[in-house]
Design a binder for this molecule. Structure first.
Ligand code: FAD
Ligand code: FES
Ligand code: FES
Length: 1324
């Protein structure tokens, strides 16, 4: 830090209140300041890198020149507090609360069932709030764009969109040209005839408060005065390691740049911030030009636009869109391309923060704008103390060549983007893992200039991004094509030249090398076609040497259409309650989540929202960087010397047992995977603890073997448990009597839970009797309690675990929280201090493991009519380094047959031991992988028989009461009903014909449709786990406290429990309260998992309430006209206990693996889903067009909650099967450690039309996978390719593109695998 500088006071407003910070630290971001300093915990931490939107707040800034206030949604995790001087911040707490008045947005999102776990909700609310501050009646498209940067892992987005759409005035999608309004639910209903007992209304719009913009917080007058003040001065904020200087004039900034030439200018901080946070960059001085108005100037000139480098990307988009609407089309071709790409660049929050200058100067290899700016001949206007100069934004600049670059003391003042000419055409293409909020895999800008009135190339430039560390030009190729005519010969030459020039080594970071090579030429082809179309429009006269300009056949034109960002719509049907049901009985009604409003106001308390406890310290984990090694030494001396560091916890500090022999809490002597926990640092703050982690020196000695892939594990005979087998019939004999046999292999990738709330725990040691209070985000607090007990050697009765709510679990918080709880408890035990542990997203993903990847070998024997006679399947799952939940392999076998009765079956399964983090429970527990495999076999059989997959499904589906492979009786009535209803509701057969018709007319776009049945087994498969207890107290005022053993994960379990209690006690839900899951109130609880939590706990609550009511009966009989309060009062006087324990001794479940027989599941849930997609064969992109789900929910306690579960699970399944990909380096390091690299579905991935009936499971997401597979098959058939291909999961753009093999996939070079080290390895 420059020693002579003194800190100024930082002044900003939060929710209308002035904040004055005398010690502003430039390294502190707004998120941490809000949560820790201001105790505003509504704004959440989920990724810390701007990629998830959980921390969205609105900032408002007054511009003294335009005299306007600009309101923007931003991500608080990337906003340094020092950038806030003079700014008003609005957080979720500032717009409404249950104590004052809730805001209409908060009300609608909660009552419209748009919240489940509620962790993403404040961010969603604030994105919507900022939108409505700018556009009180937005269009549905604006809504989708505004929410594009907000991730939700629970809801599937439909409910959020639906409730938010109530703010839209008109401007709807017009139901795809039907002229009907998608915003009108009643209107929608006419699309499907309404039966008497079928309801479609999940909430009443009429009860929503109107949006009244006059009720909003005003911009603080003090900030207006501050902005207008002419005597503003340079501000300096000095932190511990970094100084922030914010000058007021351009001249001052230039002087500072001379003084601190190496210091970055912090504009949006979306690049500098993540580098400081995640890569440990430290800049002693940061210069902030935010208050320099020259950098935001926009000037129109005769030949183009000059845009200030300080303009945000969103402003750039609006400025250019405005020009596009005003100028002739031929002048704005570059602008159009930029606007097109800006719409899909990051989310709205990042576009509001990131600046044009920052984007250009960064020169990221993936930059979406630099390729277009380069082909559009943009010029950079630089300024320094020496004066102004221009440099072209060209190949040399992008390559960072010294003489084409800025000098250290120069800054970028503005960017000039010229108009295009009449004979100049610009196009841009990008392909990313999903449509919105994803970095591009390949992005490009292309431009051609023709000799006037001809198709002769006079100028050509092509730039690609995403294929190297910087934007790459194909300049030489372009040079060689000058003078050529725009025709197929030129194009063929262009492919060859470009592939030669823009080479991509096999080991390129990011991988997907062959896909990227294919995209390079596919984009070139798209460009060619697009320009051909343009030429057709403007060249009227026949050209020399050609009679007519070549026509592109209609069939090929589909190459040009891009998938639009659409707004999802749909109808949800559910069984209404009986008309005789008393109005106060809430069971069966769509009651909104009991915490919904609190989620939306930010008042719902999650684990890390608990206030700081006296003497609290923080913990950070030290994890292995080696996959298999001996630990030679752990040296913590350097770490211990750092400021704020209190202690380092190792295995030696554990007073009891250190996990098990195989699975240690803290590694001793040996590590078995990257990410295994070795020790932990205790410090006074999380920042100190994390800094110290870097200083713990561990010396390793690498060991052999190192196994990552399933195939390697098989080779090394490396397994976590013995092989399990299920068999029925005579498989060998059946194979001898079939018409055909197919054999093959399939790989199904794993999945990261990506719950929005990372793992966190707070342990408070008590001074007496070794008691400990543990607040934890867990699906199984009793297991945490037990593990802490054995780790500390303290009886279980001294340890109390509290779970208020969990910000998403999906299985990832069943066993793993016990590890974090126990290590934190060891630290609390040793230091005597309360200890808090909050995992970073990166650590969470690195350490935890996820869904097991599957590798399977199958052999299927069948008759030509599609009847499958025999099947032999071997399944291997990648379990990681310890068993944990990898016994899941058994459940995979039990679930593998799905809905089919095949007489001769043999399933084998075994978990492989590898040097990867241990995989764990995940929604569906083996079924999503196994079911996909079975359905893939069905698809393969269909292809061989020349029959449609649904015929094969119908032929082989259970038809009557029969026995499963494990000899449990099964009746398929519901399955068949769901299947038929789904076929009917989705109009499957007519739409299939339409799909075929579409495919016959389009070569480059193909549609696919698939319908998949589901028989989902419920329960743990073990009798012990099918039990639950509850404790219900009635207090003397009549209020009721319900406690039970289930945990709130977003699935609305407490809401359902209160509904049940309300029905049983016959009093309204307003009497009921649930406080928290607490092991001291209801002991020995079972993990909330296996789709059974609400059911078993509900039975226990019912039991407790029935006991209580029985006790009250004599009193009620005596005074039947009395009130509830009177009865309770009388009972108390009569010394009748008003507290009762309820218990449910649940279903028996058994499985004899020796015999391969048993009754492992209490019952099944049946359903079917039909999905339609469209794929782009040239890029691998796909659009989810429509999904219909039919599921038998039996008697739903709460249809709104159950529909939310269906949709959420479906979208999570869609993510598993089409999007989410875990990539590991050849050294076993997880390469995707956050939302930037690991894509979960966003709001634009929701099917355009999403209809649901009943309740569903995650597996049904595979209907999208098979619809994709159907579309790919259509493309392959047309190209004359073999039909026996197997699409591995997930069906990412890479897999889809490469499966649609064509001349482009053939022309790219394929590297010999032995000649390079790949960036990532497949582990399935
Ligand atoms: C979650 C997320 C998603 C993203 N998605 C995409 C995407 O899909 N496609 C894509 O292309 N990009 C994407 N980005 C990158 C984003 O576009 C850049 O981070 C952003 O444009 C940088 O601008 P900034 O103002 O935040 O730069 P800052 O971080 O403030 O600064 C970056 C650098 O630029 C220099 N600089 C800034 N202004 C000037 C100036 N006027 N003169 C000289 N030097 C200057 C600074 O010194 C610094 O070195 C994403 C970023 C995030 C965080
Ligand atoms: S926590 Fe800020 S965007 Fe994810
Ligand atoms: S409700 Fe959105 S992440 Fe849970």
């Amino acid at each position: 830090m420059p020693s002579h500088l003194q800190s100024d006071e930082l002044v900003f407003f939060v929710n209308g209140k002035k904040v004055t910070e005398k010690n502003a630290d430039p390294e502190v971001n707004l998120l941490s300041y809000l949560r820790k300093n201001l105790r505003l915990t509504g704004t959440k931490y989920a990724c810390g890198g701007g990629g998830c939107g959980a921390c969205t707040v609105m900032v408002s800034k007054y511009d003294p020149i335009s005299k306007k206030i600009r309101h923007c949604a931003v991500t608080a995790c990337l906003l340094p507090i020092c950038s806030l001087h003079g700014i008003a911040v609005t957080t979720v707490e500032g717009i409404g609360s249950t104590r004052t008045r809730i805001h209409p947005i908060q009300e609608r999102i909660a009552k419209g069932h748009g919240t489940q776990c509620g962790f993403c909700t404040p961010g969603m609310v604030m994105s919507l709030y900022a939108l409505l501050r700018n556009y009180p009646e937005p269009s549905p498209q604006q809504l989708t764009e505004a929410l594009g940067g907000n991730l939700c892992r629970c809801t599937g987005y439909r409910s959020i969109l639906e409730s938010s759409k109530t703010f839209c005035a008109s401007n709807c999608c017009q139901m795809k040209g039907t002229g009907k309004c998608c915003l009108d639910q009643e209107e929608n209903l006419t699309l499907s005839p309404k039966k008497n007992d079928i309801c479609t209304q999940l909430y009443t719009k009429e009860e929503f408060q109107a949006l009244d913009p006059t009720q909003e917080l005003i911009f603080p007058p003090e900030l207006l005065r501050m902005a207008e003040d002419l005597n503003k001065e340079t501000l300096t904020f000095c932190g511990e390691r970094v100084t922030w200087i914010s000058p007021i004039t351009l001249n001052e900034l230039l002087e500072l740049k001379v003084k601190y030439p190496k210091s970055p200018l912090v504009m949006g901080n979306t690049s500098v911030g993540p580098a400081m946070k995640f890569q440990g960059h430290v800049h002693p001085v940061l210069l902030s030009p935010a208050r320099i108005s020259e950098l935001s100037m926009v000037t129109k000139t005769n030949d183009g636009l000059t845009i200030g480098a300080g303009c945000s990307l969103d402003q750039v988009m609006q400025i250019l869109a405005d020009e596009v609407s005003k100028l002739p089309e031929e002048k704005t071709r570059t602008y159009r391309s930029i606007v097109k790409h800006l719409k899909s660049l990051a989310g709205q929050q990042i576009r509001n923060m990131a600046s044009l200058g920052g984007h250009i100067i960064n020169r990221h290899g993936y930059s979406d704008l630099n390729p277009i700016l380069a082909v559009g001949n943009a010029t950079l206007n630089l300024i320094s103390k020496e004066g102004r100069r221009q440099i072209p934004l060209n190949e040399q600049f992008l390559a960072g060549l010294e003489d084409a670059d800025l000098k250290p003391e120069e800054i970028l003042e503005s960017v000039h983007i010229p108009h295009s000419d009449k004979w100049e055409f610009v196009a841009a293409f990008r392909q990313a893992q999903c449509q919105q909020n994803a970095f591009p895999d390949v992005t490009c800008g292309m431009r051609v200039l023709f000799k006037e009135c001809t198709d002769t190339i006079e100028g050509l430039s092509i730039f690609y991004g995403g294929i190297g560390s910087t934007t790459v030009s194909a300049q030489k190729s372009c040079q060689q094509l000058l003078g050529r005519r725009w025709n197929a010969l030129m194009l063929d030459e262009a492919y060859r030249l470009v592939l030669d020039e823009v080479s991509l080594p096999g080991s390129t970071p990011g991988g997907m090398v062959e896909f990227k090579r294919t995209l390079i030429v596919s984009f070139l082809f798209k460009f060619y076609l697009e320009i051909l179309q343009e030429l057709k429009k403007i060249i009227m006269i026949p050209l020399s040497n050609s009679h007519q300009y070549p026509d592109i056949s209609e069939k090929f034109l589909s190459a040009l259409e891009e998938f639009p960002v659409t707004v999802s719509r749909g109808v949800q049907e559910f069984q209404g309650v009986d008309s005789n049901q008393p109005p106060h009985d809430p069971v069966g009604r769509p009651i909104h989540h009991q915490s919904g409003i609190k989620h939306a106001t930010g008042e719902a308390i999650f684990c890390d929202d608990l206030p700081v406890v006296d003497k609290e310290l923080f913990l950070a984990l030290v994890t292995s960087t080696r996959a298999h090694a001996k630990i030679i030494s752990i040296d913590a001396s350097e770490a211990l010397e750092l400021p704020g560091v209190v202690d380092v916890i190792t295995a030696k500090d554990i007073p009891g047992t250190n996990g098990t022999d195989d699975d240690k809490l803290l590694a001793v002597d040996e590590v078995l995977c990257v990410g295994q926990i070795i020790c932990a640092v205790v410090a006074e703050s999380d920042v100190y603890a994390k800094r110290a982690v870097e200083k713990v020196k561990i010396i390793y000695q690498d060991q052999e073997p190192v196994i990552f892939t399933i195939e390697d594990a098989i080779r090394h005979n490396s397994y976590l448990s013995s092989e399990k087998k299920l068999e029925q019939g005579n498989v060998e004999e059946a194979f001898e009597n079939v018409d055909q046999i197919i054999e093959g292999e399939m790989h199904v990738g794993g999945q990261e839970h990506f719950y929005m709330e990372t793992q966190r725990v707070l342990v408070i040691p008590k001074t007496e009797d070794k008691e400990m209070e543990i607040y934890i985000s867990s699906q199984d607090p009793s297991y945490v309690q037990k593990t802490v007990s054995s780790t500390l050697s303290i009886p279980i009765n001294r340890i109390t675990c509290h779970v208020k709510r969990v910000g998403g679990g999906f299985g990832g918080k069943v066993s793993k929280p016990a590890v974090y709880g126990a290590i934190t408890a060891v630290a609390a035990n040793k230091t005597g201090h309360p200890i808090r542990l909050v995992l970073d997203r990166k650590e969470d993903m690195l350490i935890k493991g996820g869904r097991h990847p599957l590798f399977a070998k199958y052999k299927v024997g069948f008759m030509n009519n599609g009847r499958i006679k025999a099947m032999d399947v071997k399944c291997y799952i990648n379990g990681g380094y310890v068993l944990d939940d990898s016994e899941m392999a058994k459940y995979l076998l039990l679930k593998l047959e799905n809905a089919y009765k095949i007489n001769n079956l043999r399933f084998w399964g075994q978990p492989c031991k590898t040097n990867l983090p241990s995989n764990t429970a995940f929604r569906g527990f083996g079924f999503p992988q196994g079911g996909l495999l079975m359905e893939s076999c069905i698809t393969a059989v269909a292809a061989k028989c020349g029959l449609s997959p649904e015929k094969i499904r119908e032929k082989n589906m259970y038809k009557r009461v029969d026995k499963t492979i494990y000899k449990q009786a099964y009746s398929p009535d519901k399955l068949i009903r769901c299947w038929n209803e789904c076929l009917d509701k989705s109009s499957y057969h007519s739409r299939k014909a339409e799909v075929e018709n579409f495919n016959s007319k389009n070569y480059w776009k193909k549609k696919g449709i698939a319908i998949v049945p589901m028989k989902f087994s419920v329960g743990f498969g073990m009798t012990t786990y099918h039990q639950a207890a509850a404790l219900v107290h009635i207090y003397t005022d009549g209020s009721v406290l319900v406690s039970h053993g289930g945990n709130e994960l977003g699935q609305g379990i407490h809401t359902k429990m209160l509904q049940i209690a309300s029905r049983e006690l016959k009093i309204p839900m307003s009497y009921m309260h649930f406080c928290e899951t607490n092991t001291a109130i209801v002991p020995n609880t079972i993990a909330t998992a296996a789709s059974i939590g609400s059911e078993v706990n509900g039975k226990a609550v019912q039991n407790a309430c029935q006991i209580l009511l029985k006790r009250l009966e004599p009193i009620i009989k005596k005074n039947p006209e009395g009130t509830w309060e009177e009865w309770v009062g009388a009972a108390f006087e009569k010394r009748i206990s008003l507290s009762a324990t309820g218990y449910f001794r649940g279903y028996k479940a058994n499985m004899d693996w020796e015999k391969g027989e048993g009754d492992p599941f209490p019952y099944y849930v049946e359903g079917a889903a039909c999905s339609e997609v469209e794929i782009d064969c040239l890029t691998g992109a796909h659009k989810n067009i429509r999904t219909d789900i039919v599921l038998d929910a039996s008697c739903s306690i709460n249809p709104a909650i159950d529909i939310g579960q269906i949709e959420g699970a479906f979208i999570q399944g869609l993510g598993l099967y089409t999007l989410e990909e875990l990539k590991y380096s050849p050294e076993g390091v997880l390469l995707c450690q956050g939302p930037d690299e690991y894509k979960i579905p966003t709001v634009t991935d929701v099917p355009e039309e999403f209809n649901g009936v009943g309740e569903s499971g995650m597996f049904l997401g595979c209907s999208v996978f098979f619809a994709i597979s159907d579309a790919v098959a259509a493309a392959r058939k047309e190209r004359g390719l073999t039909d026996d291909f197997i699409l591995n999961s997930p069906a990412t753009p890479e897999r889809i593109r490469m499966a649609c093999a064509d001349k482009f996939t053939e022309m790219i070079p394929i590297d010999d695998a032995k000649t390079f080290k790949p960036w990532c390895i497949p582990i399935a």
